[in-house]
Every structure is written in C-alpha cells, then in structure tokens.
Write a protein that binds this ligand. Sequence first.
Ligand code: HSE
Length: 424
Amino acid sequence: MKKVGVAILGLGVVGGGTYKILTEHREFYRNTQNVDIEVVCVLEKDAARAEALGVPKEIVSANVFEVVSNPDVNVVVECLGGITEAKGYVLDALNVGKTVVTSNKELFCKYSHELERAAKRTNAGLYFEASCVGGVPIVRTLLDGVQSNKISSIQGIINGTTNYILTRMAKDGMHYEDALSEAKKLGYAEADPSADLDGFDAAYKLSILASLAFHTKVPFAKVFREGISNVSREDIANGNELGYTLKLLAVGKQSEHGVEVRVHPAFVKNSHPLAGVDGSFNAVYLTGDSVGEVMLYGKGAGEFPTGSAIVSDIIYAATHEGNRYSTFKNNASAEKDVKFVTDFESAYYLRLTVTDRAGALAKIAALFAKNNISIVELLQKSCDAESATVVLITHTTHEAAVKNAVSRINLCGVAKVDSVIRVL
Ligand code: HSE
C-alpha cells in the first residue's frame, strides 16, 4: 500500500480540522483509497494548541526547515493564511519537490504563476481546492466535471461570514456587529474581518474561479469589489417586501464583450436558487454551453468542510500518477490578452429620500428615462410633512447610466440617495 507522509503548516481552524480528519479517517482511507496517509509533522509555535488537538509532542516543530526537509514528508499542507510566511514556505516545499496543498486563496490568487512555475520545475503537485468555497468541490468540478463546456457565467455566494451576517440580519433581525461576532466565534471569519466584510476574500476566490472557468488569467485587481459594511436592515426589509433577498454576490461572465468580474451586495429574487442559500452555506451557480445551469451547494467555511477539501486534494495527489496543474493561461503577461468589461449590465434597487412635493416622482422618472433606465417597481415607504422614502427597482441597465442619473438626481427634489444596490 502506498504510504504518504503529510506535514501540516499551522493548526488553526483549518489545519486543526485537517489533522482531525486525517487521524480519524486513516483506516477508512487505507480501506477505500488503498493509501496510508500519516501526519508525520506539524508546524505550530503554540504548543498548547497542538496538545489540545492531541498531536504527539514529537511531531510538533516550530522550525519550518525541519518540517519541509523531513524525508518522510511527501505532501505539505499550508493552512497559515496571509502571504509573508506562507509564500516562502510553500516555495521552499515546491523547490524540494514536495507536493503542496493549500487553503490560501490570497496566496494562490496573487502568486499562482510563481507557485506553478516552481511546482512544474520540480514536478511537484500544487492543489488548491480548499482555497475556494471551503467544502464545495468547485475547483474539481471546473477541472474535471464540466471541462467539456464553454462556461459563460459563474455566480455565487462564496463567503460564509458575510452570508451568515446577512442571513442573521434578515431572518432574526440581528444587528450587523452581533452577527459578525457570532461568525467569528463559529470560526468562519478571517483573522482580519475586513477580508470578509469588504469583499476581499470573495474577490480572491472569484479571481481563481473565473480564471479556471474562462481559461484565462483574471487578476485580483480586475475584480470590481464592494463589501457589506453599508448594508442596512431597512434595505434588507424593503427587499423582503418586494420579494428579494440580499446576498454578497460574486459574478463572473464571459461574452463577446470580454470578461466581467465583480463582488458586491445584490438583491436576488426569492425564486432564484441562490436566494435560499443561508447562513454559512455557500453556492456556486454556473452556466455551460452544453450542460446548462449547475449549482453546487455546501459549507464554504469551517474546520471540517475546508478540511474535507484539503484531505480530498491529498488523496487526489496520492492516487494519481501525474500532477495536475490549473488550466488557465498562467503567465505574467496573460492578462494583457483579455478585455475586461467595466460598464456592466445589471438591474438596480435605489432608496431615495425625496422632498414631498407635487411632481417629484415625475421628475425622477424623467431623469431615469433620459438615461435609458426603465423602472419596474416603485414603492413610497413613509411620509412626514416634508419628505418621503421612495424605493424603486429598475430594469437591466448599464452601471454608467445609473451613476450618471444618480449624479444629477438632487436636481429632481431628491434630498438624499440612501442606497444603490445591484439586483441579480
Ligand atoms: N472567511 C471565509 C468565509 C472562510 O467566511 O467564507 C473561507 O474562505
């Protein structure tokens, strides 16, 4: 039976989950995969953390050189997160021919070119399923499940923390800060909350997934990004009244106009499958020219879902002869061949505080018509003597048209544009 020695770098939420799965399922993998996977060392400075997980003292080290150069190690699992240490350690491992499995989306998103070059040079494997959408096997699906298709769109809820927060706000009327602190306790949130809340985490994942789906290099810098920090309970409630659910959505599209990639809050019609993806659950909804629409749904964060993806990559590496690399054009200049769409099309939700005078709505409608924006639904929410809250939803239009209309809207008796939210 093939023996595989594993080193885990970092015993945080993901590294700890990976350790538990590997030790508890060792016999199962021997029986079902014909491979004996043993954790032979662990890089962890916090001895108490290792002890709490029951890791034998003799396999714990604080010295990365000792871990990476250990001749019994075949696969190095990187669960450190961040770039500074992780990048150097991963390159050290690849340079000596060890296969690397990583959950680090920022690292793979920003440095896949450099990492793959090192891996190919020493014929090492480089696997990153856990970097995108935790336990949902979307990388494997794109590489091995729907590769017969030209993919035209990949849309999803790919950040568990923000989805948890938005769900708790919508369903339980919870405040943003309280929901965030729960998400932290449950181990979904990144060390730096801004990575989740400002959409960085989702943008790293979208950059990787769009690169795979569209077989081109989609750099992080090309992903339009807006987070959820300005989301209000009022907008969530208005959306609910109109039949929409608010999500932090990642959208990637490829058409004759080019590649479009964006992460932002968006209202999703309640009849759309993505609207029912709640809590820490994630989903990716893709459209291929042969298969049509496919949705993958599951837990996108947490020790066991992400550990599941890591261990599946270890098994894949252990049970396949040649190593598999990503399928997109992965060189420094690849992105120069790609046209990126910035003036994307979407429908919009707007909440406006309007001076309550005769003709105010007519003026707003005229401004929208002038910008070729057609209104689908309109709701006057509340009135006092002076002002009213007006909520409206537009038909699909261009981002630039909405920006243009909003920049002139105060001439139409609008005292304040409270929110502008895209609608899927
Ligand atoms: N912080 C991430 C999330 C973890 O909330 O989805 C998985 O990448």
